[in-house]
Design a protein around this ligand. Structure first.
Ligand SMILES: C[S@@+](CC[C@H](N)C(=O)[O-])C[C@H]1O[C@@H](n2cnc3c(N)ncnc32)[C@H](O)[C@@H]1O
Length: 277
């Protein structure tokens, strides 16, 4: 595993390697302590496809509690850039991670709902959302958010995992990930981590939101992905019944796959679009 990390790091610029070295280790077993660094490496590679111009203002939607994409985005945009990180509710480690990255002066966190962005029309150069479509309230909510992104920016860049598995580690990821939506809603926690959408559906959502797709592609990042995992105890909170038994059985099977094959990022769908005139 470490060899794989080193191989990817060798392809990264020295400044980015140094940056990753400053990102805190986190004790959240069974994830390895350096999982946040691995995930940031994936976001860095995905962002290499984004139309980022140095020194511009970039909106990020759904930055999440660990600033996983925010930090690589601020790095890619350069010293005089500004990243406006909009997040609805999850801020737990954001300040610590951004502080340790040393890029805090480029990042402006904003608590808000991206369905109604607290920004004026055309106020940023680019709007991005990485691995966040899954959380944006289904198709209608996603179209609403992307429409807002086009209101404030002429260009939108989206990246999201695809429901594709080309090897055992990707299959293990999907087996565990696909349980999340069902388990969280059956346990009364509301819908989140919706099943990944195929690339043609992402493209259709962008068009519905008023975008012209400039480029769409599938990226094989060849990196581990640790974030599908959730404890079996969460499944045990689902009310008793046949569905609960089925979910427990599927969790056990997914865990066997995860231990045997590891978990990798499925192929990532990447879409760059401009606002229709
Ligand atoms: C799966 S996390 C993505 C984290 C991160 N972008 C990454 O690269 O891993 C999605 C985040 O979007 C946030 N979110 C969901 N709906 C939102 C909304 N309407 N406005 C702002 N943030 C939202 C969630 O709270 C969650 O933290």
């Amino acid at each position: 595993m470490t060899d794989r990390f080193e191989a990817h790091l060798r392809d990264a610029e020295p400044e980015f390697r140094e940056l990753l070295g400053r990102i805190p280790l986190l004790a959240t077993p069974p994830l390895p302590g350096d999982w946040l660094r691995w995930e940031m490496l994936e976001r860095h590679e995905v962002l290499s496809r984004a139309p980022i111009r140095a020194g511009t203002t970039i909106l990020e939607v759904g930055s999440g509690p660990h600033a996983i994409a925010t930090v690589p985005l601020a790095y890619a945009a350069g010293p005089s850039a500004r990243v406006v990180a909009v997040e609805r509710s999850r801020w737990d480690h954001f300040r610590t991670v951004v502080g340790r990255s040393g890029l805090g002066d480029r990042i402006g966190p904003v608590r808000g709902d991206a369905r109604r962005l607290p920004l004026s029309d055309n106020s940023v150069n680019l709007a991005v959302c990485l691995h966040g479509i899954r959380s944006l309230h289904g198709e209608e909510g996603t179209v609403r958010v992307i429409r807002e992104m086009f209101r404030v920016a002429p260009y939108v860049f989206l990246a999201e995992s695809l429901p594709l598995a080309r090897n055992g580690a990707q299959r293990a990821h999907l087996a565990m990930y696909d349980l999340r939506e069902e388990v969280f809603s059956a346990a009364g926690g509301g819908r989140d981590d919706l099943h990944y959408a195929p690339l043609d559906r992402l493209v259709a959502l962008v068009k519905r939101a008023g975008g012209v797709v400039e480029r769409s592609e599938v990226l094989e990042v060849d990196l581990p992905h640790f974030l599908a995992y959730f404890p079996r105890a969460r499944v045990e909170t689902v009310p008793a019944g046949a569905h609960r038994e089925d979910l427990l059985r599927r969790w056990d099977e997914a865990d066997v796959l995860r231990r045997r094959d590891g978990e990798d990022h499925p192929p990532v769908g990447v879409v760059t679009a401009s606002r229709a005139q």
